[in-house]
Design a binder for this molecule. Structure first.
Ligand SMILES: Cc1ncc(COP(=O)(O)O)c(C=O)c1O
Length: 465
């Protein structure tokens, strides 16, 4: 997601700042020149939508690129520019745009009525599929990742009778109160590793939230142990991405998730894996299957619903009883909406099946390896990271293991210039420093080649190589 983290001159790498500035100005102008119709849309849109966009994550400089249509791995903007899409709707469209199987399922559903607020067969099939993939026995549906993580927080509180939530520093879990704390705090606001301060993210969220949600650093089980020793008996749940995917990609260190699981069990804390980004993208059973650690709750959205607005929460039988007995309220007029369920069913049972994940992984490995060669050839302060359909080039000379590293080591100016080069060379990429690419089943060697050409042109220009 695009956020205003100031990863700029403070993390300057050895790359010449003057050159970065000169190229950034040039490429920004080029992007403006290529997108005059987006500019027109923007002038119109700002009169009726704050920032000219439906969600602040879509804001951009010089203006958002307004999209006209998509097919397979490609999208076209309103100026007619064609892009290979590595943004993929913030990691949603792993099935590719206008996927025919998903389209057929949704069209069939349209003719049979699109909403009843009563259960349909689709919800049973999708829940059964999620049980198979994620190894949790009970599922409920939501309309977004935000709703999924909100419900998971409520369920952990209901299950424990405790109020406090732990999260990871620098993680984004949607925009409801309990998780809008320590999302992208400044380095000086973070506090000690084993006694971190909480900071609300933006206005409109009460300061009192910082008493209810505390943050711990990722990949540091000792810090978590120390915090739980102090306040573990007040903590209902720990919500975390098993691999962080909103500050580039940070995988868990060997043994970290296992230790987190043990510590949560020891302190009676419910472990919530937020798989909104990893579920259905990094493997058949998401991060839970990939890393082999079983949480008490799993939150899903994005890719599982094949381009439609939905989400899901998986839970143990014990937690499900809280819902079925009516002790914890899990509601929503559109939960399990038949259109969304039709899209999800087709996605999970027709498209992301067979060797789909092997192919995604192979393409990803190819792209990562080729980017690593470019990094090496031009001496860029960067490395590649990723798994399944997700990957990125991280503009730090050293590996980053947590948010504190991300804030202090990533060269934000270089990352932003890389984004501009992609946009101007036919690659639609997630804006901002902290995102990653998402591949789809429609991505081919041509798309990979195009990405590499853009990346190499950037590397050559910025290093003068
Ligand atoms: C890890 C994670 N959790 C939750 C959310 C919120 O999902 P949504 O935007 O569907 O509300 C996001 C959104 O990017 C996310 O990355």
């Amino acid at each position: 997601m695009t956020v205003e983290t100031e990863l700029t001159a403070t993390n300057a790498s050895h790359i010449d700042r003057g050159r970065i500035k000169e190229l950034t100005d040039r490429e920004l102008q080029k992007l403006a020149d290529r997108t005059p119709k987006s500019s027109e849309r923007y002038q119109r849109a700002v009169k009726v939508m704050p920032g000219g966009v439906p969600s602040s994550f879509q804001e951009n400089k010089p203006w958002p690129v307004y999209i006209d249509r998509g097919e397979g791995s490609r999208v076209w903007d309103v100026d007619g520019n064609e892009y290979a899409d590595f943004h993929n709707g913030f990691g949603v469209c792993v099935i590719g745009h206008a996927n025919p199987a998903v389209g057929a399922a949704v069209k069939a559903r349209v003719d049979d009525g699109t909403h009843f607020a009563a259960p349909t067969d689709g919800s049973i099939v999708v829940a059964e599929e999620l049980v198979k993939r994620f190894n949790l026995p009970q599922w409920r549906f939501t309309n977004s990742g935000t709703e999924s993580t909100m419900d998971a927080v409520h369920l952990s509180r209901g299950a424990t009778g405790r109020d406090m939530i732990l999260k990871i520093e620098g993680s984004y879990h949607g925009h409801h109160d309990a998780v809008m704390v320590s999302v992208y705090p400044d380095l000086e606001d973070l506090g000690d590793r084993d006694d971190p301060r909480s900071v609300v993210y933006g206005e409109g969220y009460p300061k009192a939230l910082t008493d209810l949600t505390r943050a711990v650093p990722f990949n540091d089980a000792d810090a978590l142990a120390s915090v739980l020793d102090k306040i573990g008996d007040q903590v209902a749940g720990l919500i975390m991405e098993p691999a962080m995917m909103n500050i580039n990609i940070i995988p868990p260190k060997e043994g970290y998730l296992e230790r987190v699981r043990e510590l949560c069990t020891q302190h009676g804390v419910k472990l919530i894996f937020d798989e909104v980004k990893t579920g259905a993208t990094i493997g058949y059973g998401g991060a839970t299957q990939r890393f082999g650690v079983q949480p008490d709750l799993i939150t899903l959205a994005k890719a599982v619903c094949g381009g439609y607005p939905g989400g899901a929460i998986g839970m143990t039988d014990e937690i499900a009883e809280l819902v079925s007995s009516g002790r914890v309220h899990q509601y929503g007029t559109f939960n399990g909406n038949p259109l969304v369920m039709a899209a999800s069913e087709a996605t999970l049972t027709e498209v992301l099946v067979g060797d789909a994940y092997t192919k995604l992984e192979d393409t990803n490995e190819k792209l990562k390896a080729a980017c690593a060669e470019v990094v090496e050839k031009y001496g860029l302060p960067a490395y590649t990271e990723g798994m399944g359909a997700k990957g990125c080039v991280i503009f730090s000379a050293e590996r980053i293991n947590e948010y504190r590293d991300y804030l202090s080591k990533v060269d934000g100016e270089l990352a932003l210039l890389g984004w501009l080069y992609h946009m101007n060379h036919g690659i639609f990429m997630t804006p901002g420093v902290e995102e990653e690419w998402t591949l789809s089943v429609a991505h081919s060697d041509d798309d990979v080649e195009r990405y590499l050409n853009a990346f190499e042109t950037f590397a050559r220009d910025v290093t003068g190589g």
